[in-house]
Design a protein around this ligand. Structure first.
Ligand SMILES: C[S@@+](CC[C@H](N)C(=O)[O-])C[C@H]1O[C@@H](n2cnc3c(N)ncnc32)[C@H](O)[C@@H]1O
Length: 311
């Protein structure tokens, strides 16, 4: 494996301002079906994100939710989702959790999904339109300036976002600022280094090496889950709570999760010189072979769930 150490890329969101109705805070909201999911990302947006966006991201994010969603839903229910009236998801992707929260919190609630990828938001808004939900809106903005009103949310949520950010503290500060007193911030993220198999396999060791090389090059941290409690403290949160879990699989679709993820990231990995196309093909073949071998247990990334109430 050869590793290059060129640095990451910058990201930028669109401008928008709050309106007076309290329902939408955008110059350019994503009404359901209003954008083309096949369109290229506008210049300057999401350049640092190595995974697919838009329709190409749908299957992997659905699989991700199949694996990690039950624990996310359990936690959000436990911290009081059903009584939350104003909810925001930052880095909402294709809106899987945003839509679920809008459904759980009911028609009286207002739920906002924010992402800096217009392609993700186009898929999210099309999904929202299909459900006929009126209490849901999506808009494009960067994490550190969501253009949502500060001090007004009961619940602010992010899942698998912070591992993609070169500077997560301003994003956490923004999320914390969005909360009203008594509101709750919930963040979930990976510890990628904890991915392993029993018995150990060199393919999964290589996967972690590639992930670390991508992290170094882009200035991000896919082990950020284990640091979330300290980052939250840096952002001003007091006395966060933490729960940790790690799903494991012997067989089935979830066992192919890292192969699917690696294939999505493959163009960026090859372009950056971290691995060649031949190395990627050989690694993906090996991950596929392991997925079909039910004598090998896959422990998918460890997930840290951190939440904190604003007092
Ligand atoms: C792995 S996906 C997770 C999506 C969703 N939270 C879920 O769990 O299904 C990460 C999302 O973060 C978004 N993202 C990455 N960098 C971002 C940034 N700087 N500002 C806003 N969103 C960002 C990506 O576009 C992507 O939709």
């Amino acid at each position: 494996m050869y590793i290059d150490t060129r640095c990451g890329r910058s990201q930028r969101g669109i401008l928008s301002t709050p309106n007076r109705t309290g329902r939408s805070y955008l110059q350019k909201p994503f009404h359901a079906g209003s954008a083309n999911p096949e369109a290229d990302e506008p210049d300057g947006q999401n350049k640092g994100y190595v995974l697919a966006t838009g329709r190409s991201a749908v299957d992997r994010l659905r699989l991700l939710d199949q694996i990690f969603g039950p624990a996310s839903r359990q936690l959000l229910t436990r911290v009081g989702l059903s009584s939350a009236r104003r909810i925001a998801e930052i880095g909402c992707g294709t809106g899987i959790m945003t839509m679920w929260m809008a459904e759980q919190a009911g028609a009286e609630s207002s739920v906002w999904g924010v992402d800096n990828s217009e392609q993700q938001l186009a898929v999210a808004s099309a999904g929202a339109k299909a459900t006929g939900r009126q209490n849901l809106s999506f808009h494009a903005a960067p994490t550190e300036d969501t253009r949502l009103p500060h001090g007004s949310f009961d619940l602010v949520y992010s899942r698998f976002l912070l591992c993609h950010l070169t500077n997560p503290v301003p994003a956490l500060e923004e999320m914390w600022s969005l909360l009203r007193t008594g509101g709750t911030l919930v963040c979930e993220d990976f510890e990628m280094s904890a991915v392993t198999t029993c018995p150990p396999t060199s393919a999964y060791q290589q996967l972690i090496e590639i992930s670390r090389a991508v992290d170094r090059q882009r200035g991000v941290d896919s082990d950020i889950g284990a640091k979330l409690h300290t980052l939250l403290a840096e952002a001003g949160c007091r006395e966060p709570e933490v729960a940790v879990y790690q799903p494991a699989f012997l067989r089935g679709e979830p066992k192919g999760f890292w192969k699917v993820t690696l294939r999505e990231a493959q163009p960026a990995i090859i372009e950056s010189g971290i691995a060649s196309a031949a190395q990627m093909d050989s690694l993906c073949n090996e991950l596929e072979r392991i997925a079909a071998d039910d004598s090998v247990l896959l422990l998918i990334a460890r997930v840290y769930q951190v939440w904190c109430r604003k007092s």
